[in-house]
Write a protein that binds this ligand. Structure first.
Ligand SMILES: Nc1ncnc2c1ncn2[C@@H]1O[C@H](COP(=O)(O)OP(=O)(O)OP(=O)(O)O)[C@@H](O)[C@H]1O
Ligand SMILES: [Mg+2]
Length: 363
């Protein structure tokens, strides 16, 4: 049985639907992420799960039981917020001990469990400090320790790393993965950063205007996005408008606007006349000097418009002869990488057939 199950959950504010018929189920021990742009309903959904708010319709089940009438403090769920929400007048120890005190745990037991929790988040040395004497990352670790101290079934985290700088954020991401493995508690993590979601999660639910658009493992979401919104939202991608011209057997032929035809394996339910986009990741795009290669499949000529060198990779913007622009990501350390291109260099762009996906427009 799933640990948490949402069935057709809807939450409206006036005539605006912030959570629009969301269904999902999360297994015990999962690191599950809600990912989506600002305003898509992530926090609203988390508040419904935590019990700070109630759905207009739909069901929320924990261990198979409807928790609609269970108040937040009676749910085995704890929420960690971006703002840490620590008590400023309490030491680290007292902040972490707080939930245990509320549950009337014996003082000796509290001492033992707080010590262990502080060890888990590597804060033993800071036990007697006050929040204002801690860095952002340390404060967030206190919040995690407090969240884990009661061993909830579910830990909800709403952009917990949002206030940290890039380097610290990466360190904390690594720590979070280890912490979750160590404590074995199910995490629901909210972020609008696709990098963070890809790095941390076992599964990701991508949200857009209140709806879940796709749920899957990071590699699936990245390599097989269900639609144009997801393709565009997760990582960089080249999107080219295209229409299906005909279908024969297992294949479909598409006309990419201004570029020519390509043939791809047929996708279910696709019909001649359908429109959509051809999506190709920049790291799948190959670039050759015009003189270097003559016979590559899907080869289109163009010239280098711009490039950005970022250490291990270079991103090239190529303008094809028909005006279509493509980005190509070339690893600077790639074996056989003999040369770099300059602006205005004439080049050939191509990609392996399986790198291109057709994402039909939604009706
Ligand atoms: N109490 C409320 N009353 C009216 N509208 C609300 C309320 N709470 C949220 N909303 C609206 O619901 C939508 C979803 O808000 P929510 O806070 O869930 O977004 P989010 O995905 O968490 O965004 P962010 O990444 O910016 O935190 C927004 O358009 C917001 O304005
Ligand atoms: Mg939010």
């Amino acid at each position: 049985m799933a640990l948490l199950e949402l069935r057709n959950v809807i939450r409206r504010f006036g005539d605006f639907t912030a959570v629009d018929n969301v269904s999902l189920s999360i297994e015990t021990g999962e690191f599950f992420t809600l990912l989506g742009p600002s305003g898509c309903g992530k926090t609203t959904l988390l508040r419904l799960i935590a019990g700070f708010d109630t759905p207009d319709s739909g069901q929320i089940l924990l261990d198979g039981e409807d928790i609609a009438s269970t108040p937040p403090e009676k749910r085995s769920i704890h929420t960690v917020f971006q703002s840490y929400a620590l008590f400023p007048h309490m030491t680290v120890t007292d902040n972490v001990a707080f939930p245990l005190k509320m549950s009337k745990v014996a003082p000796a037991e509290i001492r033992k469990r707080v010590e262990k929790a502080l060890e888990e988040v590597q804060l033993s040395k800071f036990a007697h400090r006050f929040p204002h004497e801690l860095s952002g990352g340390q404060k967030q670790r206190v919040a995690f320790a407090r969240g884990l101290i009661n061993r909830p079934r579910l830990l909800l985290m709403d952009e917990p790393l949002g206030a940290l700088d890039a380097k610290l954020r990466e360190d904390m991401q690594r720590e979070l993965i280890n912490l979750q493995k160590e404590v074995g508690i199910t995490f629901i993590f909210v972020t609008h950063s696709q990098d963070e979601a890809l790095a941390l999660s076992q599964r990701i639910a991508v949200m857009n205007v209140g709806k879940i658009e796709q749920i899957g493992e990071p590699s699936t979401i990245y390599s097989a996005p269900a639609n144009r919104f997801i393709a565009d939202f997760i990582g960089k991608i080249n999107l080219m408008e295209a229409g299906v011209t005909h279908i024969s057997g297992e294949d479909m032929t598409l006309e990419i606007d201004g570029l020519g035809t390509i043939t791809l394996p047929l996708k279910p339910a696709v019909q001649p006349g359908d429109r959509g986009v051809i999506a190709i990741r920049p790291e799948q795009v190959k670039v050759y000097a015009l003189a270097e290669r003559t016979e590559v499949p899907h080869a289109y000529t163009g010239k280098v418009l711009d490039f950005l060198y970022v250490g291990d990779v270079t991103t090239y913007v190529i303008e094809l002869d028909n005006g279509v622009r493509m980005e190509a990501l070339l690893a600077n350390s790639a074996p056989g990488r003999a040369r770099f291109f300059e602006v205005d260099d004439p080049v050939i762009v191509s990609w392996p057939q399986e790198a291109a996906q057709f994402l039909p427009d939604q009706p």
